[in-house]
Design a protein around this ligand. Sequence first.
Ligand code: PNS
Length: 166
Amino acid sequence: MKTAIYPGSFDPITNGHLDILTRAVSIFDDVIIAVLENPSKQPLFDVATRVELITEATKHFKNLRVDSFRGLTVSYAENNKANSIIRGLRAVSDFEKELQMAQANKNLNPKIETVFLMCSIEFAFLSSSLVKEICFLGGDIKDVVPECVDKYLSRLREKRFTNDCK
Ligand code: PNS
């Protein structure tokens, strides 16, 4: 049984993440999306909301689970009997940081391999931060995020707008 984890912030999940996942579930028997609970970062969505949105957006995948974790990614992988870490690469600019993380993880646990999947060209520009910025500045994000994320972010934008008008 080949189990892989796909760790990340997913604040929120985008169609770029789904693109990587679609490929990952066809390569591995079992994939776990693992949302990092990172106390040093200030995400827009709390972990429970991120897990909920990912669960909704990925319910059509059979061999996929959604979870959250704290601490080292390699420890989470080992505890869940996963021997691969999936990471998506969008552009050369991602490479340096990803190489460093892959090497750090290899150094921590040589049994766990990082597997890079290249994102499709139409998602090369896409990031969770950009999605949030576009949405809150009034732009349309429905083509770049799952429907549940579009609805959730749009509601949040309306709420902020209503509060700002008070
Ligand atoms: O979606 P992101 O923010 O690019 O994901 C980064 C993530 C969560 C994969 C990375 O920050 C991570 O693995 N953090 C856990 C802590 C850890 O294991 N650090 C040491 C090796 S990088």
